[in-house]
Design a protein around this ligand. Sequence first.
Ligand code: GLN
Length: 488
Amino acid sequence: MINLTLTEALKKLNNGEISAVELTRDYLDRIEKYGADLNCYITVTPERAMADAAASDARRAAGAALPLDGLPIAMKDLFATRGIRTTAASKMLENFVPEYESTVSQNLINAGTVLLGKVNLDEFAMGTFSKTSFFGAPINPWQMEKRLTAGGSSGGSTSAVAGGLAIAATGTDTGGSIRFPAAITGMVGMKPTYGLCSRWGCIAYASSLDTPGPIARTVDDAALMLAAMAGHDEKDSTSAKNGFKCNGPLEAILGNGKKLRVGVIKEFANVEISDDMKTLFEKRIADLKSLGAEIVEVSIPNILDALAAYYIIAPAEASSNLARYDGMRYGLRVEGNDIYDTFDKSRAAGFGDEVKRRMIIGTAVLSSESYDVYFMQAARVRRLISDAFNAAFKKCDLIVCPSSAGTAMSLASDLKPLEYYALDLFTVAMNLVGIPACSVPCGLAQNGLPLGMQVIGARFDDMRVLQLAKHIESAANIDNRPTTIMGK
Ligand code: GLN
């Protein structure tokens, strides 16, 4: 049953071919068997899962099935779950059990999903390989013997879904954390428009950028997940009024006579990417053309500065958001000689190196000497990029670009902080602007590993982003079940 996509499983549940209890048991068995190898779960919740599944079967039997009733999912361990440990993969929150439920996880409960557990990530979602996790890095299910990264920060989510240890998962994307891990594990990762999914109860990294979204095996699956996760929320002041509706397979937008203009970003043309990425990207563009899309070049003049702006703005917001972990109210406390000493000792012991580095950078760029030259300058770059995207969407309907320069790297690669940051080149601009972007598999590289490309849209054009992604998915037509673990 683990070979079923979410869409297929939902159909079989609805026509009575399978039950939620059977499906959930299958997934729990898989987690038992492979969970430790992949290190994708921080906390597994088998009793909760079986109870959810039984309740789901009862609802369906009573003719009151909910939209995603009985589908076993994994929750990034950044979403607060009532009564279930929520760690943000930090020692600081190793034993934190929230008394409240995040809006996104509550929405998924309301949609009838079954919670399998909480999945691994970079500490406080800061990172690119999920190596900053206090619980160790999750493993990419592709060519497992090579111990490749499943990406980050939502690396536990992609490891679990790609490895068949959850039918879909939640992720969050502040600078690429849904799209990059999805791309290098052959999954679909959708960063919706900022504000579409509530941030309430999602542990904050950089509030003006943090975007919850789904990670799934197919574009249709991601659309169904997004529809369940999204919705206006009074508890998040940046929550959008626009909803996202989808209750079945997405409709084609190409090949039915209508001209769709697809933009390609001029400034990305000179960025160094692998030969495979180049070839596959060009192939998929050719497919779109043959389906009737018109390819147009668009210019986002400052897009290569997005990285620098992001690595000022995100740490600045992080330094403010993470000030709350002081050892007083919740989280780790290490007693000191006085209250300040307790703050110091708790924070020194609770946070990992990368999180500390971000807080130091953030504090520095916000200091009175640096504010104008760093923070304000980054804010101006952000505005320029936003204006350029607005202008670009007058010349085209949607934009495409690679998700990463190459395939998954080894977890043993010893990159410098700046080398990790550079990997976010293709993803951070969309967070600065708040526009939707979906990473969809665009083919397999020569080494047999998957690559992804992004479809980007104007604000609230999430539906068309997914629709075009679906065209690319069918053109690429890869089998995204890694042979090492999906038992073929
Ligand atoms: N790699 C980026 C960072 O470390 C993105 C992380 C994210 O999107 N949460 O900030």
